[in-house]
Design a protein around this ligand. Structure first.
Ligand code: GLA
Length: 394
């Protein structure tokens, strides 16, 4: 999408000749460390170049007007700064509205409202965090338009609070953190318990990361996600009867093996096993990457998928078909689902000389088994949320 077209659209929709300011927040992939964030473990995500653009100007009154170019038939959604509560009829606009609401709760005040146009190029429903992307692009927009000084990690936490308390999805901190703090050509290792983080250069030598969208709608995702969370919480309580731990992330695999019989329910035991081993794999994956041992990195990704398939049970036919087909291809170091699961996307690390064959063969297998096509994207790892300075570029 041409930037000049977005600017023209903004001016047309909001009947203004003002030049809007431009902000961007990416989507994310997670390389490894899945369903570990709300278990106090580590995650290893990266921001991608697909994301959400926000074009905005301040108004002279108390109105706030939201428009999405992706949902243009919905038209402008309008509210007043005096009433920023969740409203079902405000539909997608509850995400940015929730951010304004949470900034206010945090003590920031907005003397006047604003007009904003959003445009996102994250594939729809793909599990690449379009919701965290719109939350964070709203965060940097508020920061920029009103000249606020806000700590970036606090902004990330506000995004998660919007998701948890305003929208009502009980998600962890990974998505907002990756999107708020991402760095070009780097993955981010985050300890979700302490929020300590560090960057690791994503040097994949002759390989690229391919994102594969199953194009399966993630229907039951919300309820199953919350079910997994409570299964893990219950497993943790069982372990705490004898162990002094605050999260599953505190456990090494050896300790888990020693005490796992405390978790009476075999299903919950499997869920906890995934959380503990996946956390361990994530730290190991960072080391492999640092040592340039991409082969081992890929193996850990494969193990991660198997654990999500058999122990955590969040994959399903579509993701398993894609990932298993990817494993069979030449030039593939590793492949796994990414994000919450139950549909959405997988990722694979593929030698750049094999990308075309990879796409063709994986898609053939997928179409034969599932009945429709997958979509393939080469991932570019970009920066976190920020204002884009386009003055002089047009
Ligand atoms: C979703 C959530 C994240 C994380 C992943 C699974 O993306 O928003 O917080 O739990 O699922 O790793």
């Amino acid at each position: 999408m041409e930037l000049s077209i977005l600017i023209q659209d903004f001016q047309h929709i909001f009947h203004t000749s003002e030049q809007p300011r431009l902000f961007f927040a990416p989507g994310r992939i997670n390389l490894i460390g899945e369903h570990t964030d709300y278990n106090g473990g580590h995650v290893f995500p990266a921001a991608i170049s697909y994301g959400t653009y926000a074009l905005a100007v301040k108004r002279n009154d108390q109105k706030v007007r939201f428009y999405s170019k992706n949902l243009s038939d919905v038209g402008i959604i309008e509210c007043d700064l005096a009433d920023l509560n969740y409203q079902t009829e405000h539909d997608w606009a509850n995400y940015p509205k929730g951010m304004v609401n949470h900034f206010e709760k945090e003590g920031y005040s907005f003397p006047v409202g604003f007009d904003v146009l959003f445009y996102g190029n994250i594939p729809n429903g793909a599990g690449l965090s379009s919701s965290a992307s719109i939350e964070l692009v709203t965060g940097v927009m508020l920061e920029g338009l009103y000249d606020l000084s806000i700590d970036r990690i606090r902004m990330v936490q506000l995004g998660q609070m919007v998701e948890n308390n305003y929208i009502g999805v009980n998600s962890g901190i990974m998505d907002q953190f990756a999107i708020g703090k991402g760095k070009q050509d780097h993955a981010l290792l985050l300890d979700c318990q302490t929020l300590d983080y560090s960057y690791a250069p994503l040097n994949l030598q002759s390989h690229v990361i391919i994102i594969i969208n199953t194009n399966k709608r993630r229907e039951l995702a919300g309820s199953k996600y919350n079910e997994r969370r409570s299964e893990c919480e219950s497993a943790l309580k069982d372990l705490q009867t004898e162990l002094d731990i605050t999260s599953l992330g505190d456990l090494e695999p050896e300790q888990f093996e020693q005490f796992k019989q405390l978790i009476k329910d075999p299903i919950k035991q499997k869920r906890a096993k995934h959380a503990v081993y996946e956390n361990h794999r994530t730290l190991e994956a960072l080391e492999s990457l640092k040592q340039g041992n991409l082969k081992h990195f890929g193996e850990l990704m494969n193990q991660s998928h198997l654990s999500l398939q058999h122990d955590y049970e969040v994959t399903g036919l579509e993701l398993d078909t894609i990932v298993e087909a990817a494993w069979d291809q030449e030039g593939v170091l590793g492949a796994r689902m990414t994000g919450a699961g139950f549909g959405g996307c997988a990722i694979a690390i593929v030698d750049q000389n094999h990308v075309e064959d990879f796409k063709k063969d994986v898609n053939n297998t997928y179409r034969n088994k599932v009945g429709y096509d997958a979509t393939f994207y080469v991932a570019t790892i970009g920066d976190g949320a920020k204002e884009l300075n386009y003055k002089g570029v047009l």
